[in-house]
Design a protein around this ligand. Structure first.
Ligand code: CA
Length: 227
């Protein structure tokens, strides 16, 4: 298990490394302070998870996120500052899988990392076809007709959960549990950001969705369609 931390604050890096050492000693943790180095390292060393600070000395964390997403679906957990709500939303929109706000508890961070990685575990489920959508579990690929959807892991988990409940409403809490393992206070809001992104990749007109529909105040569901 390889963990890459892209963060210039030495104290935070040391705290994260210590937490791993105590609780998860088999993880191989590397850190870099510069965004450019982080991108290079992700490309060459293929970490299993990236922990990314948004405030870096050379380029912004958003730039790092955007560029990593051009070649990798590696789970990315962003570190945001408590006060900055818009950073969190923007990070999720740009392809982050989850976020932790600073200051954070080390155990909270490890729990989020574990939840993220759990999604990568090979599962024994078979391929699934629901209406125009299909899913190949061995490669974690999703298709709309013949076109592959370029989804991040989290977006894939969302679609997979909706496909498993085809035609039925999936509540916010149920979706949060599928993604994070637990339902936490902010989850409905983060979910909204993910759903918007998934619609951009799934719908012809994301503003007038026909496949991924909202049940106001309750959750989301996939409309049943002809094959
Ligand atoms: Ca920083």
């Amino acid at each position: 298990m390889k963990v890459l931390i892209i963060e210039d604050d030495i104290q935070i890096v040391e705290a994260i490394k210590l937490a791993f050492k105590i609780r998860w000693s088999e993880a191989e943790v590397t850190s870099v302070a510069l965004g450019e180095k982080g991108i290079d390292f992700t490309r060459t060393d293929r970490p299993d998870i990236v922990i990314l600070d948004l405030g870096l000395p050379d380029i912004s964390g958003f730039e790092v996120l955007k560029r990593i997403r051009q070649f990798s679906k590696v789970p990315i957990l962003i570190l945001t500052v408590m006060a900055d709500e818009s950073d969190k939303v923007r990070g999720l929109e740009w392809g982050a899988d989850d976020y932790v706000t600073k200051p954070f508890k080390q155990l909270e961070l490890l729990a989020r990392v574990r939840a993220l990685l759990r999604r990568l575990m090979p599962s024994d489920e078979g391929p699934m076809v629901r209406g125009v959508l299909s899913y190949k579990p061995d490669t974690f690929q999703f298709f709309h007709g013949d076109n592959e959807l370029n989804l991040t892991r989290t977006e894939g988990v969302i679609i997979r959960h909706l496909m498993k409940n085809y035609g039925q409403v999936v509540t916010h809490a149920s979706m949060a549990e599928a993604i994070w393992g637990v339902d936490y206070p902010d989850s409905a809001q983060s979910l909204k950001v993910y759903i918007r992104r998934v619609r951009e990749k799934l719908e012809n007109d994301p503003g007038q969705p026909r496949l991924l529909l909202t049940k106001a105040g309750i959750g989301y569901y996939l409309a049943k369609t002809e094959e």
